[in-house]
Design a protein around this ligand. Structure first.
Ligand SMILES: [Zn+2]
Length: 51
């Protein structure tokens, strides 16, 4: 089982995860958001995910 990886912004409501995007797309989107808006992106692997 592969846990989804989630990226979210500390400065606004932006968030994306590998449930919606591929790993490559997710990192690209996160970098683009950080560059375009000057925001800080955090990533997490949700531990208590309800299945
Ligand atoms: Zn942001």
């Amino acid at each position: 089982m592969t846990r989804p990886l989630r990226n979210y912004c500390e400065d606004c409501e932006w968030a994306a995860s590998t449930e919606t995007y591929s790993n490559r797309e997710l990192s690209r989107l996160a970098i683009e958001h950080a560059v375009e808006h000057g925001h800080d992106i955090e990533s997490e692997v949700p531990e208590n995910r309800l299945l």
